[in-house]
Structures are given as C-alpha cells and as structure tokens.
Design a protein around this ligand. Structure first.
Ligand code: C2E
Ligand code: CA
Ligand code: CA
Length: 693
C-alpha cells in the first residue's frame, strides 16, 4: 500500500477542466463569428436589393417629374395606347399629324404604369403607385402599403420588407410620393397642395439571384470558419497532449523523489522517515480504536563480522536477503523498515495479545538463523529483537522506539538470537548505563581509578611469579563500582581506550617501583578489551609504551579474549605478530567460554591460556569439568602454550590442578586482588618462599 502524491491527480482534473473550458470557449467564439458573418451576409444582400429598388424608384421619380412638367406625351394610337376617357375634357387630346397619323395624349400616370409593366416583364422588377385616395381602384393600397402610407404621414421616408409574390421571394420597398405643381393638373379636385404626401411608389425587386449568391457566400463562410475551428481544435489537442505529458513527467519525478525520501535504496524497505510516519499513523488509529500496536526492533548479530570479513558487497547481499525474509514473516498490513546499518523494525498494528507478537518474533529469529548463501559461502547470522507494545510501553513513537532499542540491548546481553519484551526495569538499567557513561567521562578527568594486583603463583614450586592488574573505580557518588559493571559501558562508549591507556601506564609505573625495591616479578598481566585491541592507534601506542618502559619487555602479558579473533578484517594475526615482535606476550583470557575454536590457538601467535574460573570452580565436584580442564591443559601443552587456572579458591582445586600439570594458578586461595601497598608488602613477605603447600 504505497501511497503517492494526490497532487498530480488534482492537477490532472484541473487540466481537464481547463481544456474543456478552452474547447467550449473556442467553439462558442467560432459559432458567434459564424452567426455574425451570416447575418452580415444577409444584411449586405438586403442592402444590395434595396439599392436596386431605390435606383428604380429614383428612375420612376425622374420619369414622373419629367412627365408632369411636360404635361403628358402624345403617342400614336395603338391597342395599348387608346385615347384616355379621363382626358376627355382636354380639347386637344387627339391630334392628327400632317401626314395623317392619329396621336393621342397619354396621361403620365398611365404611361408610367405601362413602363413599369414592361420593366416587370423584362427584369422582374415591379413598380406600383398607391394612394389612400386613389383615382384608379387598382391603385388602392394593401395592408402593408396602408401601414407604410400612414408611417409616411408621420414623417417616415421609406419602408421595405421581404415578401413572397406569386410564390417567388421579393424585396418590396415603398417611398412617399409628394405632390408636385404638375400633379395638381389631374389631382387638384382631391384637395392636395404642393408638398402633400399623396401616396407611395412601391418597387419590388426579385430576390432569387441575391439569395442564390448569398447562399454560396454563406456556404463558403461556414466552410472557412469550420476549417478554422478544426485548426483551433487540433492546437488545443496538441496543447492537451503536451500538458498531460508534462504532468506525467512531473509525476514520475515526484514519485522518484518520494521513493528516495521514503524507501531504503538497498532493500526497498521503508526507511526511517516512512517508518516514523507509519508508526504515528498506527498509534493514532490504535488510540481511536482502543487497540494495541507492537514494535519490534531487530538487530542482526555478528553482522559487522560478515561485513568486515566478507566485504561490503556481501554484507549488502546479506541485508537484502534478511529484508526479504523479514517480509515473509509478517502480514500485508505490517510495516517492515530498515533504519540503517543492520537495524530493522517491524510495526504490527492492531494486535490483541502479546502471544501473537512473540510468535512473529520467534518466526523472525527462525528465518534469520537459517544459513545465508553468500559469495558461494554459507554464512550464519542471527538476530536480537526488542519488543515494545503501545500503549503500555510508551505513548509516542520516539518513546516506543527507544524502549524497543533498550529491550533489544537486553536480548543481546542475554546471549543474542533471542527476543525480549521491554520492561520498565530494563529502562532503569538503560538509564543507568547512560548516566554511568557520563560519570566515567568524569572519572577519567578526576582520576578516580586505581589498580589492584592479584598474585599469580607457579604451581610447580608454589612461588609468586607475577600478578594480574585489575582496575578499580572509587566513585565519590557511587562508591566502589565493579569492573563487570562499568567495563561494558566503557567499551560501548569508546571510553575504554583512554581508560585502558591509563591502566597500562600505571601498571608500568608500579612494576618499576617493585623492580627498584628488588622485588622479583617475572610477569605482569594486564587486561585489554577487544574494543581497545582493535582500536586504530593501539599498535603504535604499545610501541611507544615499550620504548619508554624497557623494563616491560618480555614481562608484559596482554590478556585478550577470543572475540579478538572474530574480526578478521582487523587482521588479529598480524597485530599479534607485531606485538610479539615488540616483546609483548599474549594470554587468552576466559578460555572455554567464548567461541572456543581450538583452531585459533594454532593459527594465532599466543603464549598462554587462562582457564575460566567457571570450569575451575567445579573441577572437584563435576567430573565433566574436571575432564575438560585436563583436556585443555594437555592440548595447550601439546601446542607449546602455558596454562593459568583462575579462580582457585580451595586446597582441593589446587591439588587437582597440580596433578593435572597446570602451570600457574590465581585465586582467593592465595590472595584477593590487593592494593599496590598491600601487594608490595605481600611480595616482600613471600620473597623466595612458597605461598602454599
Ligand atoms: P578477569 O580478567 O577474568 O579477572 C578475574 C576476575 O576474577 C577479577 O574480578 C578477580 O577479582 C576475580 N577473582 C580472582 N580470584 C578469584 C577467586 O578465587 N574467586 C572468584 N570468585 N573471583 C576471583 P574483577 O577484578 O572484578 O574483574 C572483573 C573483570 O573485569 C575481569 O575479569 C576483566 O575482564 C575486567 N577487568 C578488570 N580490570 C580490567 C582492566 O584493567 N581492563 C579491562 N579491559 N578489563 C578489566
Ligand atoms: Ca583477566
Ligand atoms: Ca578471566
């Protein structure tokens, strides 16, 4: 359930709306333009027709003026031009030309009607005069003409309309006809004066040709605009495609950024960022629903060893495979994250009981302890898991994570490859460790440490051959703190390096005092922690120490533990060789408790082994431990190594060790670790004298 930016989706919707708006806007604009153009076309056509009508009207007027000024025209009498009964009162109505041709006077109105009829027959243009008080009944107005004539009396100058005449389209135009002086000849008895509107002259122009031309024009305009519309559409389409593309690109880019910001590039798991986000969500949900959330903090054991010994590429492969296995152990709804290094977390939201969490933890341990096939080599790691449960172990993600880390630390303490549920007791211990770190820093500054010495006895003759230096911390606030308590904290914080330096310097000084006092010390054992041994500048520091303290040569024994051998990357063999060359001897401390691969003894240059006191303790009661002790001694001798038994407390143990051929012994049976003063006294007292026996 990878969530992505909702941003792009809303952007897409916005773009879609935008595109539709542009599309509708463009279409509307083209449609309006089309309507306007078609209207204009109609108006132009109408204006042309009107102009034609006006031309005809003007001609009609000119004829009429001419006719009225000249008072009629004599024409030969024909069938169409019979003498007019209306002109009976005129004596010279009919004339005979000297050549005998019969002429008759034609009344101008009558003449013009005939001309108009002819014009109509020839060109389709019809003319007609009309009057409110017509002399000729044919000139009576129709409804439209009557309305026009009425409007003229109100001062209008023209009316026109589109109409049908005998099923054909026509433009009909009418203009007022004003009474001229000549008109009164015929119309004087109707009561008109010069200037009165007597009627109107109507002209009808056929529209067929105009309409046909306009139709062609309109079609062309429509097609042209249609093409422009389509061109606009394709531009919009192109723009849309580009915009979508750009959005997609941006989405890809944002996805990539989001991926980088939220996922671990090596394993593909969510990273710390997303982990915290998911945890916060799970907690908020659990709070609303009154359920629990479990947080598992997983740390691989010995991962550093794999990384150092087999290289980073192999280390990366291991992490990838571990991530894959982790995912197999959880449900779809659970979140597996890598916080960094070899630290992983699992969020189990909505759990009902701790039992199910324990099952998940156990299955994770099981999965991770199966061998890893890496670099053509089977590798084994395991994991330590700390578990916290919301709400009992913490109310927010920071607290839960910190407490899970504490529980994980406890799992490591308890021997690794296990899981631990967080307890508030652990928290107190963890807090104790933190405050102890600060106190240790202070102790170094304030020189709160001192050394005690425990004698080492040669079993063969019962004489003291030397001592082991054991650190003591006299803290003003905490009282005497046992090294078992503060050494692990010093190792974790790196403070063991300056502390260890001080131990070596102090032991060298003390040995010099005993040498000066003529007290015999064949050897001086100093404990060196693995962190200190592997520290970068350790070899140089030892070289400097030996140069400044020649008296240490071949008498200083460094007690190291087997964990030194585990980090092959630090080349323990080479380091031990260099130390050997400087005249330093090596003891393997706590032998038998660690990884105890006997092959180490063969491979690495060491001088001595110290049998751990847990074996020595039971040699007289547990036959198995007795057998083990004897075997270790025999084997060490076989390899040319000396053996020290530590923790010798009783006569019986001493006798057993003597019988077994052990070389040296150390323990409360001879002496507790003593202050420098007490040890000096002890040495003086037992000079050339057996300590026991
Ligand atoms: P270790 O190196 O195994 O030291 C022997 C521990 O056994 C000492 O405890 C000593 O007091 C105790 N011991 C000696 N004889 C007997 C005995 O007969 N019976 C019993 N039950 N215990 C005996 P201590 O001094 O408390 O030191 C504990 C551990 O602290 C040491 O174990 C060593 O690992 C570490 N340590 C002590 N001093 C130093 C130091 O200067 N540097 C480092 N790195 N570690 C140190
Ligand atoms: Ca020791
Ligand atoms: Ca020991």
């Amino acid at each position: 359930m990878i969530q992505s930016f909702p941003l792009v989706h809303s952007d897409k919707a916005r773009l879609r709306v935008q595109l539709w708006l542009v599309f509708f806007g463009w279409t509307l604009m083209v449609l309006l333009l089309l309507l306007w153009s078609l209207n204009k076309e109609d108006a132009e056509m109408l204006e042309l027709a009107r102009q034609e009508a006006i031309d005809n009207f003007n001609k009609d007027q000119a004829f009429r003026v001419w006719a009225t000024t000249h008072g009629g025209v004599y024409v030969p009498v024909t069938e169409r031009t019979q003498p007019s009964p209306l002109l009976n009162h005129i004596p010279e109505r009919d004339l005979v030309t000297p050549s005998g041709r019969q002429l008759t006077l034609m009344n101008p109105a009558y003449m013009l009607r005939q001309m108009m009829d002819d014009y109509a027959d020839l060109y389709g243009v019809r003319g007609r005069i009309t009057s409110i008080k017509p002399l000729n009944p044919d000139n009576a107005p129709d409804d439209w003409e009557r309305a026009a004539l009425e409007s003229f009396s109100r001062g209008e100058k023209e009316q026109f309309e589109l109409t049908d005449i005998d099923g054909e389209p026509y433009l009909r135009l009418i203009r007022p006809m004003q009474t001229q002086a000549g008109c009164l000849k015929c119309h004087h008895n109707q009561g008109y004066k010069v200037g009165d509107v007597r009627g109107g002259v109507g002209i009808s122009v056929p529209m067929r040709d105009y309409l046909a031309t306009a139709a062609v024009q309109k079609r062309e305009i429509s097609m042209g605009l249609g093409l422009i519309w389509l061109a606009g559409l394709s531009a919009i389409g192109f723009y849309a495609k580009r915009s979508y593309q750009r959005l997609e690109e941006r989405k890809d880019y944002e996805d990539q950024i989001w991926q980088q910001a939220n996922f671990d590039s090596l394993t593909g798991l969510s990273n710390r960022n997303l982990f915290l986000d998911r945890l916060d969500h799970a907690l908020a949900y659990a709070q609303r629903q009154q359920t629990m959330v479990a947080l598992l903090f997983i740390d691989l054991d010995r991962f550093k060893y794999v990384n150092d010994a087999l290289g980073h590429v192999t280390g990366d492969q291991l992490l990838q495979e571990a991530a894959r296995r982790l995912r197999l152990c959880v449900r779809e709804m659970d979140t597996v994250s890598r916080l960094g290094g070899d630290e992983f977390t699992v969020i189990l939201p909505a759990i009902s009981e701790g039992q199910s969490v324990a099952r998940v933890a156990a299955s994770i341990l099981n999965e991770l302890s199966r061998p890893f096939d890496l670099a053509a080599q089977e590798t084994h790691v395991s994991a330590s898991i700390g578990i916290t449960i919301y709400p009992q172990d913490g109310s927010d993600s920071g607290m839960l994570l910190q407490h899970a880390d504490t529980a994980m630390y406890q799992a490591k303490e308890d021997g690794r490859n296990t899981y631990r549920f967080f307890t508030w007791e652990m928290n107190r211990e963890a807090e104790g460790r933190i405050s102890m770190g600060a106190a240790l820093r202070n102790a170094i500054r304030e020189k709160e440490f001192l050394l005690h010495y425990q004698p080492i006895v040669d079993i063969a003759d019962g004489q003291i051959v030397g001592a082991e230096a054991l650190i003591r911390w006299e803290s003003p606030g905490r009282g005497r703190v046992r090294p078992d308590e503060f050494i692990p904290v010093a190792e974790e914080s790196g403070l063991i390096v300056p502390i260890g330096d001080w131990v070596l310097q102090q032991a060298a000084l003390d040995l010099k005092q005993w040498d000066r006092a003529g007290l015999k010390m064949e050897l001086l054992s100093v404990n060196v922690s693995t962190v200190q041994f592997q520290y970068e500048g350790f070899l140089e520091k030892m070289a400097d120490l030996l140069k400044a303290n020649q008296h240490l040569s071949s008498r200083l024994f460094l007690e190291i533990t087997e964990s030194v051998f585990l980090n092959e990357h630090r080349e323990p063999g080479v380091r031990l060789g260099v130390l050997r060359q400087q005249g330093i001897r090596i003891s393997i401390d706590d032998f038998g408790t660690g990884y105890s691969s006997l092959s180490y003894l063969k491979r690495f240059p060491v001088d001595k082994i110290k049998i751990d006191r847990s074996f020595v303790r039971d040699v007289t009661t547990d036959p198995e431990d007795a057998a083990l002790c004897e075997a270790i001694i025999a084997m060490a001798h076989h390899l040319g190594l000396k053996v020290v038994a530590e923790g010798v407390e009783t006569e019986a143990q001493w006798q057993f060790l003597r019988k077994s051929g052990c070389d040296f012994a150390q323990g409360f049976y001879f002496s507790q670790p003593l202050t420098v003063g007490d040890f000096t006294e002890y040495l003086g007292k037992h000079r050339n004298m057996m300590v026991v026996g």
